[in-house]
Design a protein around this ligand. Sequence first.
Ligand code: NAD
Length: 278
Amino acid sequence: MTFPVNSISLNDDTSIPQLGLGTYRLEDDDAYRVASDALAIGYRHIDTARIYKNETGIGRAIRESGIPRDDLYITTKLWNGDQPKARDAISSSLDRLGLEHVDLYLIHWPAPQRGTYVDAWKQLEVLKQDGLTTSIGVSNFEPEHLDAIAAVSDVVPVLNQVELHPLFQQKALRAEHAKRGIATESWGPLGHGSVDLSTEIPALANLAARYEKTIAQVVLRWHIQEGLIVFPKTSHKDRLAENLSIFDFEISADDMDEIRGFDAGHRVGAAPADGNWD
Ligand code: NAD
């Protein structure tokens, strides 16, 4: 039994389902299968990116689902090497997805060594005005990158998608987001497949037992109660259902504090300044 997914409001008067499907490392055929299964059981928010090489499979799943476009929330991202030509990049993504617009278009990494992300933000403003995307945001931005775009633009990103899980809680960056009206999305919410939260944080097993939930469900519920937006990735049907079934219980204030205490400043993915790949 699943319960409706909460939505949260963004700074451009839109809202986003707080839980979705992550699709990193699922190429077209797998992405088609997993997205189809996810849509069938109630997921309505999918996170993809040009670099994941799965927009075609996801587009096919969306079309075949028969779900009205307005009921879906689709995010894709501008890859580093495409920053100078954002319109071409979003047009190609839309062709692959078979959509006329996405709900959210993100600059995937600031890739500061390339020196093109500030201009890319100005291009995204125009893509939004032209209706190719409803909202625009960023990913893997540090405060200095947010400052750089604020210096040339009055449009504040609706959100910043960053690595975030109990071992790496990004408290300072989240405080910065709160000041600026920027929502936070957690990538790698379960540890990105690079770290096993259940062995790194043995106390999670006690919490899971207390709530009669799995460790993954407790961790995802923690993200939700922190006001974060999450889209765990799995290729297993049973885990898709498990990850969606987190709206029927509440972690107590004391237990939320306990999980906040597990922050170890332990980043498992690339640091923003290092993500300059082609
Ligand atoms: P994740 O934290 O979602 O972890 C995925 C791992 O958790 C997988 O190994 C999976 O097998 C496992 N898992 C999923 N559900 C489980 C369950 N119920 N029980 C036990 N294990 C479970 O990592 P992710 O895929 O890196 O992050 C989620 C999404 O964030 C991605 O798929 C992608 O859409 C996005 N992302 C964005 C960036 C970025 O730079 N913007 C980087 C990485 C990921």
